[in-house]
Design a protein around this ligand. Structure first.
Ligand code: FAD
Ligand code: EPU
Length: 338
């Protein structure tokens, strides 16, 4: 057995049968052939994956590197190996005078995982910059790609998140960034900056994230544990009648009806129920951001599941809202639901 504690940011003391690394499509193909269809999971930097117990199969680490940048009069086209670190790409681009990614600074993880849940922060989601996502189709063992439209992006969602496990392994991502663009400053605290540059936004996002979110080196965590729920007018009115100050953000329904829907911060729902700072064994609901569950250093997967279920059930009982996981929970045979 090999330890997984250092390979996922929640840092639970878990193991797997074997850990293998690939750094090219060729080496990935060879590894898959050598596995003879035995189970495996692809892992980037493990910042959205929690191994809740020993995983009885193989972990394949994606370390495909390389960044090439081309440009024409209006756009940059940036082809990035899926194993590159996301934040380093943001910095690399800014140093070259290429802006666009600054609101997404300091999001942990690999470039290859970024399209899977359409990473987002401070008013920007990665989908707006995706030109193509290149992947290995593991049924046909051939290379293929999806355009942005084919990725079917949504809030923390894409075709890759909903696929059968390991159906497509992302090998590189091609981003298209316009040379002229409007900086996204509508979100607090970016809206307090006076005529900021892309670099000012980058620095402010880093400051804000460092204030709000726990450092993974201090407390193991996987960022937001649940997604922010999106509810209809009826559910919202019901909550408003009891909690007139409920914070709420309008979102347009992408379905045929085009009804207005409302995003309610899960952090607020959890906060109302008094979970902030609550500890269950070695796991806690983070004191500054209750949407983040943390490993106090001695936590177990069983404790994490207990606390997460308690939060989910309390939110359901009080608000009639079912929280969905944002993180990927892995049990001994693969993906777990809460
Ligand atoms: P992993 O956890 O390694 O993998 C995630 C999933 O994708 C797994 O199911 C894995 O099997 C699959 N996978 C990984 N790579 C591939 C591949 N190449 N091909 C096919 N499948 C693959 N997310 C946000 O959107 N916004 C935030 O602001 C944000 N903040 C965070 C803050 C903290 C402190 C932490 C710990 C996490 C945060 N996250 C955030 C979540 C996380 O950073 C992102 O989901 C990130 O994209 C995960 O990258 P990873 O390489 O670590 O993915
Ligand atoms: N809130 C409380 N109590 C708290 C903290 C927050 O009530 O202790 C309420 C406040 O109303 C606040 C609101 O929750 O305005 C939103 O909080 P915050 O700005 O911290 O953002 P979030 O909705 O909790 C989302 C993403 C983050 C992303 C930030 C910034 C999800 C699930 N999470 O968090 O992404 O970084 O916005 O854009 O959408 C992640 O995905 O892992 C992640 C960290």
């Amino acid at each position: 057995m090999q330890s997984l504690q250092h390979l996922h940011t929640f840092s639970l003391p878990t193991s797997c049968n074997d850990i293998l690394t690939f750094d090219s499509v060729n080496s990935l193909t060879k590894l898959l052939e050598s596995l003879h269809k035995s189970p495996y999971i692809i892992l980037g930097e493990g910042s959205n994956t929690v191994f809740t117990e020993d995983y009885c199969a193989t972990v394949l680490l994606n370390r495909i590197k390389g960044i090439t940048i081309k440009d024409d009069k209006t756009h940059y086209l940036i082809n990035v190996g899926a194993g590159e670190n996301w934040h380093q790409l943001v910095e690399h681009c800014l140093r070259k005078g290429i802006g666009g990614f600054e609101n997404l600074a300091l999001i942990p993880g690999t470039v290859g995982a970024a399209p899977i849940q359409n990473i987002g922060a401070y008013g920007v989601e990665i989908e707006r910059f995706i030109f193509k996502v290149e992947y290995l189709d593991t049924f046909t063992m051939t290379k293929a790609s999806f355009s942005r439209e084919e990725c079917a992006f949504g809030y923390r969602d894409s075709v890759f998140k909903n696929q059968k496990q390991n159906e497509r392994i992302i090998t590189s991502v091609i981003f298209k960034l316009p040379k002229q663009y409007k900086l996204e400053t509508s979100y607090s605290p970016l809206n307090t900056l006076k005529t900021p540059s892309a670099f000012d936004i980058f620095e402010q996002v880093i400051r804000t994230r460092n204030e709000k979110l726990p450092k993974v080196s201090e407390f193991g965590n996987a960022g937001s544990f649940f997604k922010n729920p999106v509810v209809n007018q009826h559910v919202l009115e019901n909550i408003k009648s009891r909690y007139p100050k409920v914070p709420v953000f309008k979102v347009e329904d992408s379905g045929a009806s085009k009804h207005t829907l409302f995003k309610i911060p899960a952090a607020w729902l959890i906060d109302q129920l008094g979970f902030k700072g609550k500890e269950l064994g070695g796991i806690a609901c983070y004191k500054n951001q209750p949407l983040v569950l943390v490993n106090l250093g001695r936590g177990t997967g069983a404790e994490l599941l207990l606390l997460a279920r308690e939060i989910r059930d309390s939110v359901k009982a009080t608000f009639n809202i079912t929280l969905e996981n944002e993180v990927r929970l892995i049990g001994k045979e693969g993906l777990l639901s809460l």
